[in-house]
Design a protein around this ligand. Structure first.
Ligand code: UDP
Ligand code: MG
Length: 320
């Protein structure tokens, strides 16, 4: 048995239908590898039986550790908490719904042994996703690629292995609203990937409704790029040029005594609606950055842990 320890981080929000299967599959895979391991389940304020199922598991299995949030803080916060608490020499992040197949983990470990610091899972195929999700996801990754200054690999989720060195850097970053797959790329080190086929959700429904998807996508864009701001500047310059053209035209029309008012309605309406739209949009974009600055400056914690549950072996005595 190797002395190294692997931490597996599993965020879970209302996953009562699938969490037990997740535990069984992960245990099967992890007990076959030659490392010690811990399973860190992060209960992200579930309102169903997820926590009690997990607590039962923890009582029986000393490998299981539960981080129980005070409320729902979101997927990225849950993963962050798991990474923060992980004690292993490397950390594997995996979804609770078995969409990321646990049997890819040994392949990741092989790459890790070869000396890579980050091994991300690259989705070859995505089964059982709606056309809407596939199209929006693909558009999002293309757009992100265009917008961002950091190279963020396409078709990857948070399913990945990261070495202790990367975890160490990650833990020192105090940034809120973390977009983890971006941050990990940004950190650098030796990165590689393994390909896998993304399965359907084993049971239950997605915990990412459109609202959360949009919030997640904007975090990806606004926290990794200032290009939207530059876009505003460019739109502004374009408008000024346009304004000059209109100015010259209007002056000429006046000097030549062309009937202006009868002709002017359509162009006026177009100009007013178009440019008020552009202005609102620009304000909105600036607002996105200001809101993020405000969020950071309040310096509230990214998540609040209600309790940590772990029974270490015999007698099931909870740690102090
Ligand atoms: N999740 C979470 N908090 C949330 C939403 C999701 O911890 O607020 C977890 C969820 O339990 C799952 C993972 O994040 O383990 C991915 O969520 P989901 O499978 O619903 O997303 P999808 O695969 O549909 O994008
Ligand atoms: Mg899923």
């Amino acid at each position: 048995m190797n002395d190294n320890c692997i931490s597996v981080v599993i965020p879970a929000y209302n996953e009562e239908e699938v969490i037990l299967r997740c535990y069984v599959d992960l245990t099967e895979v992890m007990s076959a590898v030659s490392y010690r391991y811990e399973l860190i389940f992060v209960n992200d304020g579930s309102k169903d039986q997820t926590l009690s199922i997990l607590t039962d598991l923890a009582k029986r299995d000393a490998q299981v550790k539960i981080i129980n949030f005070a409320r729902n803080f979101g997927h990225q916060a849950a993963v962050t908490a798991g990474i923060n608490q992980a004690e292993g020499d490397c950390v594997v992040i995996i979804d609770a719904d078995l969409q990321d197949p646990p049997n890819v983990i040994p392949e990741m470990l092989v790459k890790w042994e070869e000396g890579y610091d980050v091994v991300y899972g690259k989705r070859k195929k995505r089964k059982g996703e709606t056309v809407f999700k596939l199209v929006t996801a693909s558009m999002f990754y293309r757009f992100l690629q265009y917008m961002s200054d950091t190279e963020i690999p396409r078709d990857t989720g948070d399913f990945r292995l990261i070495d202790r060195k990367v975890v160490h850097v990650f833990n020192r970053m105090t940034e809120k609203n973390k977009f983890i797959r971006g941050i990990v790329s940004w950190i650098g080190f030796n990165q590689t990937y393994v390909e896998y086929e993304r399965d359907e959700r084993a049971a239950g429904v997605t915990k990412y409704p459109l609202r959360k998807m949009i919030a997640f996508a904007s975090d990806g864009i606004f926290s990794f790029s200032s290009k939207p701001l530059k876009l505003i500047t460019r739109m502004g310059m374009l408008t000024v040029v346009l304004a000059f053209v209109v100015l010259v035209y209007s002056l000429c029309a006046k000097l030549l005594h062309l009937p202006m008012v009868e002709r002017g309605w359509t162009s006026l309406m177009t100009a007013i609606t178009l440019f008020s739209g552009v202005q609102m949009l620009s304000l909105g974009i600036m607002g996105e950055y200001i809101a993020r600055i405000y969020d950071e400056s309040k310096n509230r914690p990214q998540y609040i842990v209600r309790d940590t549950i772990q029974y270490r072996g015999e007698g099931n005595i909870p740690p102090s």
